[in-house]
Ligand binder design. Structure first.
Ligand SMILES: Nc1nc2c(ncn2[C@@H]2O[C@H](COP(=O)(O)OP(=O)(O)OP(=O)(O)O)[C@@H](O)[C@H]2O)c(=O)[nH]1
Ligand SMILES: [Mg+2]
Ligand SMILES: [Zn+2]
Length: 352
């Protein structure tokens, strides 16, 4: 009997994924979690330790959207041979945070998967922007993942309690905290959300303090990427790749590079607008669009200051975009599907 080096339960391997993995294990494949990713390789952890893996041809040739490829957080089945390991399949994701890659052909990119909690990070300096915050809230909500809002750099802001109130008005169903990344209490606060066996992801613009918070949380972190590396990145370095880190205290965190803008992949519904959903029950018309209708409870809330105007604006924007997006998505899918079949045909004829 071989001795296994790694206890996958610590990495979030629960009975759900164990069962899925069992179904695929007859061909000698073993389960692993993707913990890092660069241009050509994925870093994975499996019972036998840490490895660098490539995707199998079948994954590459059958993928249509970017989201069909492995992402950090995925549970995958790998074939482990002496010199090379290949990711042969992705176990169905429990959930994922994904965004829309814009351009003529729109595509879905998975930022991280199998997540238990999303920390939405926004700093209370010139970065503070309720509309952008709303985008992040919608992204988390449409993935049906619990999110917590962290307003950072309270030490640099003299109206942090006002901003905190503003955000609470926009998202009354969320936990919102105004913090400084360097406060001792911050570590305890984060730890109360990141329990052993659970995975948390930090998202937000560049420079808001995601990596700083992760460093605070990890203390003597086991920072593993591919080969075991102990280099703890200091705050000033901008994060360039996603990586999943196992904390000494149990629990996992995923650092992500900051994004200038996040576009929701699933924008057809009005996810993330709990407050508007609730208020609209008091609108006179059931299908009120909160524009010029009389007896609109949402507009009234904006007028009397209980709902930020930005929140309603974002809701309306999302609604307008949704129809157009649906059509664009369908058209893009067709183009991507054609590209895939061409790629496959070339491969089958060995022209590739
Ligand atoms: N004063 C103050 N500075 C902070 C706080 N949190 C982070 N910083 C500083 O903000 C800068 C950026 O922090 P990072 O943690 O690298 O930001 P990030 O969100 O990881 O940025 P990207 O990796 O580019 O996405 C660093 O110089 C930190 O020291 C805070 O609460 N207060
Ligand atoms: Mg960073
Ligand atoms: Zn209304």
């Amino acid at each position: 009997m071989e001795e296994f080096k790694t206890d996958l339960v610590k990495w979030g391997f629960d009975s759900h994924f164990r069962e899925l993995a069992l179904k695929e294990s007859d061909s000698g494949l073993i389960p692993a979690r993707v913990i890092g990713h660069n241009r050509h390789f994925y870093d994975v952890v499996c019972e036998k330790g840490f490895f660098s893996a490539k995707t199998s041809g079948s994954i590459r040739y059958n993928s249509v959207l970017k989201s069909d490829l492995p992402a950090v957080g995925d549970w995958v089945m790998i074939s482990l041979r002496r010199d090379k390991s290949y990711i042969c399949s992705i176990l169905p994701r429990k959930n994922c945070i994904s965004r829309r890659c814009s351009g003529n052909v729109i595509d879905e990119q998975v930022l991280s998967s199998n997540i238990d909690i999303v920390f939405i990070v926004m700093s209370m300096d010139e970065n503070f922007n309720l509309k952008r915050l709303q985008r992040y809230i919608s992204v988390a909500a449409s993935s049906k993942i619990k999110s917590v809002i962290l307003l950072t750099k309270s030490d640099l802001c003299d109206k942090s309690s006002e901003l905190l109130e503003e955000v609470k008005k926009a998202a009354p169903d969320k936990d919102v905290f105004a913090i400084s990344s360097f406060d001792e209490s911050t570590e305890e606060l984060l730890k109360s959300f990141v329990k052993p066996g659970t995975s948390a992801v930090f998202i937000g613009s560049s420079g808001v303090g995601k990596s700083t918070l992760i460093n605070t949380l990890s203390g003597s972190a086991i920072r593993v990427t591919g080969e075991i590396s102990s280099a703890v990145r200091k705050g000033r370095h901008t994060t360039s790749a996603r990586e999943l880190i196992l904390l000494a205290s149990g629990g996992m965190v995923i650092d992500t590079p900051g994004m200038r803008e996040i576009q929701n992949w699933q924008e057809e519904d009005a996810s993330g607008f709990e407050i508007i959903r609730e208020l609209s029950q008091q609108c006179r018309f059931a299908d009120c669009r909160h524009k010029t209708e009389p007896g609109c409870a949402v507009k009234e809330a904006v007028e009397n200051g209980t709902l930020p105007a930005e929140t309603l604006e974002m809701w309306q924007k999302q609604l307008e975009e949704s129809e157009e997006l649906k059509q664009k998505k369908a058209a893009s899918l067709k183009i991507l599907e054609t590209r895939r079949s061409k790629r496959k045909k070339n491969k089958d004829q060995n022209i590739d």
